[in-house]
Design a protein around this ligand. Structure first.
Ligand code: ARG
Length: 474
């Protein structure tokens, strides 16, 4: 083939059957088609894609670009397509790359050339940014419900166990007695902050990119506020370049999800410790555990272990998104197509973990006796004795020293602090009187921490009530 022949060949235009095929002279390579397609994962955006298209068509009618008749046909066509998809009758075509082009092509096939008018004043770039925001907004609403269920379960359990005494730990060493209710409400505090972060993320993502088109906006006299309000967005996004390139909302969600998962992972870790023979504080319902294929006695806390393990992939998804975004020049780049799988995975994994814990945690069996026995082992009221001396006018540092010596003596004698006689105690400080025994018991210890935020049963019961009204007032 000589030069002019090959030039001629290039000039002969072959029809290429994709919506962007106009300027192309040869069909896309099969491997590249597969490599660049997002259909396998973005089809789950179909509902949002159709909602966005309906709102866009209504806006085009509102500003006089489409007639009422055309709009009706488009909306009708889109609703039929939605039914087909829901009923598994939709013919997804990989050749059409993604969810957006599949639905648009199906619309043209259904209603003819009027369908080709839908893409007026729009691009897949603002379309996908809109779809993803709509989708994530919905998902956050569902996640909030799951989170609510989990928090309710934890708070109810905390209220029930407002007076159940267990060891409080620092460095995983028994430190001071606390109530189980207090410990559970600490979990709830973590989750309450997660709720706040989810809501913050929702608020920031709730803006409509439609109208930004490919990157620079459009020559048509569109009404962006109209589209935004049809889709329940608070307002249109402010800058067309930013609208198509911003994926902060996805990153922010993945970051919120990572923090939330790190909380679930910490809770999981404690449940795993507490179910071990060494602690034996709680038992998990059988339906959340599995056995061992070789050791018949085993009952493994699989669900908490998986929750702890899955927190890894959620953090991984955050890192993936940050890395995808970090060097992209404005505005849209195909890199952004890579935002979906990590985001979808974070939403799915987080939802599953919340669902599992919302069912598991309220159903744990609490072994009160074991908790109480464990608490006695670590001289948990030593600080109470020091505080007692301070109340008798001994400076705290001196009191600390005196109690240290008393504890060393008790260890030597193989006794707990409340088992020492008054005489034995008096040899370390003669200000110790018979009333010391009131504060040496674990009950007295928790009882006396009755300030706001403390562990006393009355304060915990009150805190549980407050936490419950907070979540129910959402
Ligand atoms: N599937 C694409 C994505 O997820 C849609 C946007 C494509 N835009 C483009 N200019 N190629 O990002």
């Amino acid at each position: 083939m000589d030069k002019s022949e090959s030039a001629n060949k290039k000039m002969t235009k072959k029809p290429i059957n994709v919506s962007w095929g106009g300027r192309f002279h040869e069909p896309i390579n099969d491997f590249v088609k597969r490599f660049s397609a997002s259909l396998s994962f973005d089809k789950r955006l179909y509902n949002e894609d159709i909602l966005g298209s309906i709102a866009h068509a209504q806006m085009l009618e509102h500003v006089g670009i489409l007639t009422a008749g055309e709009t009706e046909k488009i909306i009708d066509g889109l609703e039929h397509i939605k039914k087909d998809i829901v009923n598994n009758k939709f013919n997804w075509l990989l050749d059409l790359e993604d969810v957006h082009m599949n639905i648009e092509a199906a619309l043209v096939q259904k209603i003819g050339s009027i369908g080709k008018k839908l893409h007026t004043g729009r691009s897949r770039n603002d379309q996908v940014a809109t779809d993803l925001r709509l989708w994530l907004r919905n998902q956050i609403d569902s996640i909030n419900k799951l989170l609510f269920n989990l928090q309710r379960g934890i708070i109810e359990l905390a209220s029930y166990h407002s007076g159940t005494i267990m060891p409080g730990f620092t460095h995983l060493q028994i430190a001071q007695p606390v109530t189980l209710g207090h410990h559970l409400l600490a979990w709830n505090e973590m989750l309450e902050r997660d709720y706040g972060r989810l809501m913050g993320c929702r608020e920031r993502l709730n803006q409509c990119p439609l109208g930004a088109a490919a990157l620079a906006g459009t020559t048509f006299s569109i009404d962006r506020k109209f589209t935004a309000s049809k889709l329940g967005f608070a307002r249109p996004t402010r800058n067309s370049l930013d609208s198509v390139s911003d994926r902060d909302f996805a990153i922010e969600f993945c970051s919120v999800a990572s923090i939330l998962m790190s909380h679930l992972s910490r809770m999981a870790e404690e449940l795993i410790l507490w179910t071990s023979a060494q602690f034996d504080f709680v038992a998990l319902p059988d339906r959340f555990c599995t056995g061992s294929s070789i050791m018949p006695q085993k009952k493994n806390p699989d669900v908490p272990e998986l929750v702890r393990g899955k927190s890894g992939r959620i953090t991984g998804n955050l890192i993936a998104l940050l890395t995808i975004m970090k060097s992209q020049p404005l505005a849209y780049n195909k890199d952004n197509q890579e935002d979906k799988e990590p985001l979808f995975d974070s939403v799915d994994t987080l939802s599953d973990c919340l669902r599992a814990f919302a069912d598991l945690i309220p159903n744990i069996e609490v072994k009160k006796k074991n908790m109480l026995e464990a608490v006695a082992k670590g001289f948990p009221t030593a600080t109470d004795l020091a505080d007692y001396l301070v109340n008798k006018n001994v400076p705290f540092r001196e009191a600390h020293e005196i109690v240290g010596e008393t504890v060393a003596f008790a260890i030597e004698q193989g006794l707990d602090l409340p088992q020492l006689s008054l005489l034995q105690m008096k040899q370390f400080c003669n200000k110790i009187e018979i009333d010391v025994y009131d504060i040496l018991t674990v009950e007295g210890s928790v009882e006396s921490r009755n300030h706001f935020g403390g562990t006393s049963p009355a304060v915990v019961a009150e805190a549980a009530n407050r936490a419950m009204s907070l979540i129910t007032s959402r």
